[in-house]
Design a protein around this ligand. Structure first.
Ligand SMILES: [Zn+2]
Length: 174
């Protein structure tokens, strides 16, 4: 399997084993075929899922019975290299995610400044939480709603709109 497709699978699955929820660097990741290769499964994104070595091995127990020593082998040079590669690409991915969020926050502050003269900016931690729960588009809509109301203090009104959006989206899940 090509390294490029494996790392695409890991990024899509946020470097998290899709069976047990553990992530790098606590585990070493593998790309697991949903339809096994022996049954014609392909090395494609839709046929691959991120699994840790343990979970993947659990599924392959039948094969390992014939090769009981495998469990007790010390990590090979190849495995250590694999771990280093996974960790550095996980860190690169985390940095990119963080930069992505920071860019969204800068944009929110710019839109806020465009809408309110002499602005008191929303608290950055609150904005981060709202980004996680309701996302950029909803936050921008909340700013636009707040601006249209011409209220005396924009900030509490804006928080109120965001909280309501969050509650509504949670009710939608249930
Ligand atoms: Zn796992």
């Amino acid at each position: 399997m090509k390294n490029s497709i494996r790392f695409k699978v890991f990024e899509r699955d946020r470097f998290t084993c899709q069976y047990c929820g553990k992530r790098v660097p606590d585990i070493i990741l593998e790309a697991d075929h949903l339809l096994p290769k022996s049954q014609g499964g392909k090395d494609t994104l839709d046929n691959l899922v991120t699994s840790c070595f343990e979970c993947n091995r659990g599924k392959a127990a039948r094969i390992l019975i014939n090769n009981p020593n495998i469990e007790y082998n010390a990590p090979s040079e190849a495995e250590r290299k694999e771990r280093r590669e996974q960790l550095s690409s996980y860190i690169a991915w985390l940095k990119e995610e963080q930069e992505n969020i920071n860019q969204q926050i800068r944009y929110i502050y710019k839109v806020w400044a465009d809408n309110f003269s002499n602005p008191i900016y929303p608290n950055e931690n609150s904005v981060r939480l709202f980004l996680k729960s309701i996302g950029l588009a909803n936050i921008l809509e909340a700013i636009s709603i707040t601006a249209s109301k011409n209220v005396l203090s924009a900030l509490p009104y804006f928080y109120g709109v965001c909280h309501k959006m969050r509650r509504d989206s949670q009710e939608g899940i249930e």
